[in-house]
Design a protein around this ligand. Sequence first.
Ligand code: ZN
Length: 148
Amino acid sequence: MFSYVEGKRKLLFCTDSEVDRNLYILVRQALDENVTFEFHILEEESEESFVNQWFHKQKMGAYLYISGKEDFVKRIKDVAMMAGFTEHDMQSLINGPVKKKLICCTCHGVNEVSDQTHVVCVHCGQELEVSDHYSRRLDAYLGYVTIK
Ligand SMILES: [Zn+2]
């Protein structure tokens, strides 16, 4: 869930869907408190250059909320970071399944998993347990050999 951050000069809302209830709660609050905000629904990838310009023209004190599918959130977040936003200037919420990368401890191949706890490595066939051991460098979780 998003949390409403008080005392921001301006709020930016960004979503890939018109029916995003999570954001509407925040929009209402912004309206109640008379905080300036901008709201954009971005349904096309081609709108990326628009997003880029939008982020670049923001001044200090702007706070960003991103809501949408995982790929969308990642993409918008990257654009925001490039434009100078930090993790402290934004919140994001993923709708739908979250895919994560899992590195096989045997062959070091990359597997894609969602919420399974065990997978079979697509590269070497090794059965792996999905750990919560996350490597920031690899942007992936480590998959360990299941001990039976
Ligand atoms: Zn493997």
